[in-house]
Design a protein around this ligand. Structure first.
Ligand code: 5AD
Ligand code: SF4
Length: 431
């Protein structure tokens, strides 16, 4: 019988895609996916450390896996958490039952580590500080599990050093993949039938390979084949008016922009080292709205950053009210050891909690209003799921719409007229 694997993934889309690569490596070794962790011969925990909650969850989860795993199975922990200063040592001390601990840069070599462990039975702990050859180590065999969408990394790492963020420390400096490799990956995926490609990077706008920019890359990915092209994440200091024009003209690019603002207060933005002001952010958003009046906008916002006052927070509410995002990811600031913000004067937990509750309520009403404005409009929906004749998909501006149809299939592009909105959920009819 085939040996099997089970992978747990914490964190962002980047990690979800990394896990698809880990699954590809394990499949290449002859392992099949287990239905349950207790059946698996190899268990991989792909971790995140952007916020403290993610780390706490990983430790709790590892404790549960200890009692679920079958005797002789191999437990490997990788991902951002293991890459933090001292974290691998802490993990090894706290969890004697973990067999393999590797860092983010070691992941493409998972196969070697497993073989070595199976051969020697000796615990492996290896966390490189960077890629061995300073290049983008890309795995060729990816086992995709995101339906009609395929993720494609265009770059790795981040040079921005926002003062709250651990990412530059655990993912290293920016490095971009060769443009021809990306183009051929996308071509291959379209031939395989994928209908949506999402380009991934911590800061996609600073993609740079030889003389090629992010705009060049997007232009190269325009195609006569029908598909939708998305990208994340953008940095407000780096998005250009050129990007807005290109998105407006393109048949391929989705008309949505995820542009994390983090705060609406100039003082806090400066403390965060974000390198833009709220005025500059508004200017950029206006440009995109001018080019695409029905553009879908989303953002990340953090409340309770060190020294954030009520006035600063009100500025955030004001920005949120003006921009009118259709989707907002809201976080409580979380201290990350080794980052500059960790040494700044901290806010108490109750204040942070009250602010996030206020922001969530505030945005809920905005999302409702933004959704109600869509009634009567017609969108091209890319169908991603269908259950019992009920279809779900996203419009070109990333708003989610559900509708009934017996004839439409997953992967189809269909014209749908929005008929009603319940809170932020839109329902439509095929026309
Ligand atoms: N605490 C809380 N949220 C954070 N993020 C990044 N670092 C932290 C932190 N220390 C949020 C930011 C970022 C998103 C991916 O996670 O909003 O855009
Ligand atoms: Fe972190 Fe800032 Fe880089 Fe985003 S841009 S990954 S928030 S340091």
């Amino acid at each position: 019988m085939n040996k099997s694997y089970f992978i747990y993934t914490y964190g962002c889309q980047m990690n979800v895609h990394e896990s698809e690569k880990l699954a590809g490596i394990l499949s290449g070794m002859g392992y099949i996916e287990a239905q349950d962790v207790s059946d698996a011969d190899i268990i991989v925990m792909n971790t995140c450390c952007v916020r403290e909650t993610a780390e706490t969850k990983v430790y709790g989860h590892l404790g549960r896996i200890k009692s679920q795993k079958k005797p002789g199975s191999v437990l490997a922990v990788c991902g951002c958490m293991t890459q933090q200063q001292g974290a691998a040592d802490r993990l090894v001390k706290r969890c004697g039952f973990v067999d393999i601990v590797i860092g983010t840069f070691n992941q493409p070599r998972l196969c070697d580590y497993i073989n070595e462990f199976l051969h020697t039975g000796t615990r492996i702990v290896e966390v490189w500080a960077s890629e061995n050859d300073g290049d983008c180590a890309e795995t060729s065999n990816v086992k995709r599990s995101s339906g009609i969408n395929a993720w494609v990394n265009i770059m790795y790492g981040c040079n921005n050093f926002c003062t709250y963020c651990i990412v530059p420390y655990v993912r290293g400096r920016e490095r971009s993949r060769p443009i021809d490799d990306i183009i051929s990956d996308v071509d291959g995926l379209l031939s395989d039938g994928y209908k949506q490609i999402t380009l991934l990077g911590q800061n996609v706008n600073s993609y740079s390979y030889k003389d090629k920019t992010f705009i060049d890359l997007l232009k190269s990915l325009e195609s006569d084949k029908k598909y939708r092209l998305k990208f994340m994440t953008s940095h407000p200091k780096d998005v250009s008016p050129e990007l807005a024009s290109l998105m407006a003209q393109s048949k391929t690019l989705a008309k949505n922009l995820h542009l994390p603002v983090q705060s609406g207060s100039n003082r806090i933005l400066s403390e965060m080292n974000r390198r833009y002001t709220r005025e500059q952010y508004f200017d950029k958003i206006s440009r995109f709205k001018q080019e695409m009046p029905d553009i879908g906008l989303s953002s990340d916002i953090m409340v309770g950053f060190p020294t954030e006052t009520e006035e600063d927070f009100v500025q955030t509410l004001d920005l949120v009210e003006r921009v009118k995002y259709n989707n907002l990811f809201m976080f409580i600031y979380s201290r990350r050891s080794g980052t500059p913000a960790d040494k700044m004067p901290q806010l108490d937990y109750a204040t942070k909690q009250k602010r996030i509750d206020r922001l969530i309520k505030f945005q809920f009403e905005i999302s409702k209003a933004v959704a109600a404005e869509k009634i009567g409009k017609v969108y091209e929906v890319l169908v991603s799921d269908k259950t019992d004749g009920k279809c779900y998909g996203k419009a070109e501006n990333d708003i989610a719409i559900s509708f009934k149809s017996d004839t439409v299939n997953v992967g189809d592009f269909v014209s749908v007229k929005v008929a009603s909105a319940k809170n932020a959920n839109l329902t439509g009819e095929v026309i």
